[in-house]
Design a protein around this ligand. Structure first.
Ligand code: AMP
Length: 450
């Protein structure tokens, strides 16, 4: 769970990278960084914290250059430390290599061990450094060849942007687990990013997805595309369920339309008599609107969100997670009192959010609370970059729907069916990774199973 961006331009890119990273802030709030090539060498600025807090006019002066990459981090592999923030920069063979990565490699431990045995030292504890080390190791004058040799070794999820001299390079794993898009402006400025929002905001046309297995090189001659091997797509369906922005269109699926259709479908699959439909904002909102429209039950705002709160999900203890949910969402008594409420959320993972919200909505006077979830039960961990805990902490891996209903204190509980959710994509089901729901892992995660 991270966001990446790269820009190749004829003018300074530092502020554009900054604004682009801002629009990707939802993909990671722990650390952020920008690296540019100033015509002679790389300049890197990064640190813990939000994009807005990490950069100011002084940093923009330092980061002056026409080609650059940026990263927002949410720790999935490697702890939350400053030394693990990205982009990473390496010096090798009289060259500088800078790289930013979204996704999780499933074989980074064994590659790292092998490289350490060859005498290589690592500066971070993240899988990304393995990618950087391999590219530098394999580089013998042709950067695309070095990337291909690297792709032959690494397995799992990777959407990567890289700076090499005056070139912007990007590559995506053959399964295309995590998103990556490219756009070009009429002036020939090229932007590559995890979602379409930064491309639209900074201003490019001809936006398209970087294809699974594709390697892109941008230099003064324009965009050059190459492929490592054939495309075997397995796009992460959880991007549309929860992670991506509501305005994201990734690999042919728009998340707003998807979430809204899931709500409509769930309303047919699990109808209930109620007075109001409310959403757990923000990712639950389109689903709740779809449920309301299809069922004819009015939509209302019943939970007020604190927009200044970060993630509640990654707090270390259950007590802290509960307090964070309270801070983040507060029930609106005047709407809920004496009403039968349908609450729509995008997912249940540990069950913390639903349990806490239902208890507080009832305290605020709700007569009945019917929970409707616009994704199937999350039963398996993700090894490709979404932060889902181990099976012992996943409520649906350990309890039936009826047991979960009882634990979270709902009057009724229903999840959308797998077919219902897949139908909402409008695409063939075999192009999606659904491993968090069904445990079918397209790339064997053996090394990571503890
Ligand atoms: P939980 O409280 O553990 O059941 O998590 C479910 C809530 O967290 C839902 O409201 C989701 O919107 C949100 N959520 C789901 N998956 C994630 C994730 N990987 N990271 C952060 N939040 C998530």
């Amino acid at each position: 769970m991270c966001g990446v961006i790269g820009i190749h331009s004829q003018s300074d890119v530092s502020k554009k990278l900054f604004y682009g990273l801002n629009s990707l802030q939802h993909r990671g709030q722990e650390a952020s960084g920008i690296c540019v090539y100033d015509g002679e060498s790389m300049v890197l600025e990064k640190g813990m914290g939000l994009v807005y807090d990490n950069f100011d006019d002084e940093s923009f002066l330092k980061l002056s250059g026409n080609i650059g990459i940026g990263h927002v981090r949410y720790a999935t592999a490697g702890g939350s430390h400053e030394y693990n923030s990205q982009p990473l920069l390496a010096f090798s063979k009289n060259k500088e290599f800078a790289l930013a990565h979204n996704g999780n490699l499933v074989n980074h431990k064994s590659i790292r061990k092998e490289l350490e045995e060859e005498g290589m030292l690592f500066q971070t504890s993240i899988d990304t450094e393995v990618i950087l080390s391999l590219v530098a190791k394999f580089y013998e004058g042709d950067i695309i060849e070095a990337v291909k040799k690297t792709m032959a070794r690494i397995k799992g999820a990777y959407s990567v942007v890289m700076l090499f001299e005056d070139k912007l390079v990007a590559f995506r794993d053959p399964n295309g687990f995590r998103p990556l898009l490219i756009g070009e402006s009429q002036k020939g400025e090229v932007i590559i990013a995890s979602e379409n929002a930064p491309l639209e905001i900074i201003g490019t046309d001809k936006i398209r997805d970087v294809k699974p297995s594709e390697i892109i090189l941008v230099d003064e001659n324009g965009i050059h595309s190459d492929f490592y091997e054939k495309d075997n797509r397995e796009h992460c369906i959880f991007e549309y369920v929860y992670f991506a922005r509501t305005d994201a269109t990734l690999d042919g699926v728009n998340s707003y339309n998807f979430r809204r259709r899931c709500g409509e479908i769930l309303s047919k699959e699990a109808p209930v008599e109620a007075d109001l439909v409310i959403a757990v904002p923000d990712s639950g909102t389109p689903g709740a609107m779809g449920y309301a429209q299809e069922s004819g039950i009015p939509f209302a705002e019943g939970l007020v969100k604190n927009r200044y709160m970060g993630r509640t999900f990654i707090k270390p203890t259950p007590e802290e997670r509960e307090l964070s949910v309270k801070l983040k969402l507060n029930p609106l008594e005047t709407v809920l009192k004496d009403k039968r409420i349908v609450v729509v959320d995008d997912s249940i993972v540990r069950g913390t959010t639903s349990k806490n919200l239902i208890m507080r909505m009832k305290k605020a006077g709700a007569k009945e609370v019917h929970m409707r979830i616009v994704s199937p039960p999350v039963k398996y961990p993700c090894f490709y970059g979404i932060d889902t805990p181990s099976r012992k902490n996943l409520i649906a891996a350990n309890y039936s729907v009826e047991e979960i209903r009882e634990k979270i204190g709902a009057d009724s509980l229903a999840f959308i069916s797998m077919d219902g959710m897949l139908g909402a994509t409008g695409l063939k089901e075999d192009v999606f990774c659904k491993s968090c729901f069904n445990g079918n892992y397209a790339v064997e995660p053996k090394e990571l199973i503890v």
